[in-house]
Design a protein around this ligand. Structure first.
Ligand SMILES: *Cc1c(COP(=O)(O)O)cnc(C)c1O
Length: 373
């Protein structure tokens, strides 16, 4: 059946949610695409009855991700669908305390759709635990996207719980292999699985995990009512991608370290942040609560034009938003309205050979300096 909790990350990624098939059953089952299920002739509903309420392909992926998160997982159609369910749940209990420097659409959703209904929304920067008085939900994002600042999850949980609020942690940048917020005291972990968890740049998906059965039931009901449901094909692709997460993260972290060390020595780059660097201001807290590093870093080039030259010259670095994919990529975050320098890039180290990626980025940084081209 499912791997025992003492299994390593790689084993759990490969075997999670994949029980022994039994004689004659497919050992690599495909997605169940049917929107309806046989209700039978008796009075009781079977587990699966309608595609918006439940699906065996979702449950297989949820079993695997829930095992890694250490809770019950509820898949959603996207990271923002998952975030929407969490924010609505929190707003039923009190004010929403959100990171001012985290993923911008979480704030935007709360401000545009919940604040007009009377929900108090407070924004606080990632760092020391926020003031949680009156809060129904405190959300922290750590390391934050795109700033890569780090919040102390256990300290945030203490503050939130003392105020009677739930703590939710956006764990997108880490994945459950990199950080287990539920073990650190969070009530909810929310993530965009569009990023490293699916890992191939071909799925939009999200999830929430919790140890509280009542919260899990509320999330499943919210998903069914709102219709924020993942397609079975996408859930199947997510589960397939998860199988290699351990391997991908290892290479991405190795590449991120090499790129970050190059950036520290290159005159074109400033403001380099990767929590795995011993010199990073967030390293101590990150090292205490994270289980392993990942491929996401940030740095700043002198101008928007320098960014353009960098992206033109880099052959292995795609200019795209999103991160955590096999291929390295970079995204100029000021384009999206993040409060960062116009030349700040969020860089996602992919799974290329380290020497190839470092050589390519070094060439591109040299080109970024060269204002004649
Ligand atoms: C991408 C992202 C989201 C939103 O997820 P989608 O799958 O794009 O809806 C939420 N939080 C963080 C930190 C993200 O990076």
């Amino acid at each position: 059946m499912h791997p025992v909790p003492s299994s390593g990350d790689g084993t759990r990624c490969v075997h999670g949610g994949r029980p022994h098939a039994g004689p004659g059953a497919p050992t690599h089952a495909g997605p169940v695409l049917s929107s309806t299920f046989d209700l039978g002739s008796g009075p009781d509903l079977p587990t699966d009855f309608y595609g918006r309420a439940g699906n065996p392909t979702w449950r297989a992926a949820e079993a695997a991700i829930g095992d890694l998160d250490g809770g019950e997982c509820v898949l959603f159609a996207s990271g923002m669908a998952a975030m929407g369910a969490v924010l609505r749940l929190g707003a039923l209990k009190g004010d929403l305390v959100l990171p001012s420097d985290g993923y911008y659409l979480a704030r935007s959703l709360a401000l545009a759709e919940l604040a007009p209904l009377g929900v108090v929304v407070r924004e606080v920067p990632t760092g020391p635990p926020p003031d949680a008085a009156g809060a129904g939900l405190v959300l922290v994002e750590t390391p934050s996207n795109p700033g890569l600042d780090v919040a102390d999850i256990a300290a945030a949980a203490d503050v939130a719980h003392a105020a009677g609020a739930l703590l939710a942690v956006d764990n997108t940048t880490c994945t459950p292999l990199g950080q287990r917020p539920l073990e650190l005291g969070a009530d909810l972990v929310v993530a965009s699985d569009t990023k490293a968890l699916s890992g191939h740049g071909d799925v939009v998906m999200g999830h929430v995990s919790t140890r509280d059965p009542a919260l899990a039931a509320a999330l499943r009901e919210s998903r069914s009512r709102s219709g924020a449901v993942p397609g079975p094909m996408e859930a199947w692709l997510l589960h397939r991608g998860l199988g290699t997460l351990d391997l991908r993260l290892a290479r991405q972290a190795e590449n991120a370290r090499a790129v970050a060390e190059l950036l520290l020595t290159h005159p074109a780059a400033s403001d380099v942040r990767w929590p795995g660097l011993e010199s990073d201001p967030a390293h101590a807290v990150a090292a205490r609560q994270m289980r392993r590093w990942n491929g996401l870093l940030r740095f700043t080039l002198p101008s928007v034009e320098a960014v353009g030259r960098f992206l033109d010259a880099a052959q292995l670095v795609a200019s795209e938003t999103s991160f955590g994919s096999l291929r390295s990529s970079a995204d100029r975050r000021a384009r999206w309205g993040d409060a960062v320098d116009p030349g700040t890039l969020r860089f996602s180290a992919g799974c290329e050979d380290t020497a190839d990626l470092v050589a390519d980025v070094a060439r591109a940084l040299d080109s970024a300096m060269d204002s004649a081209t």
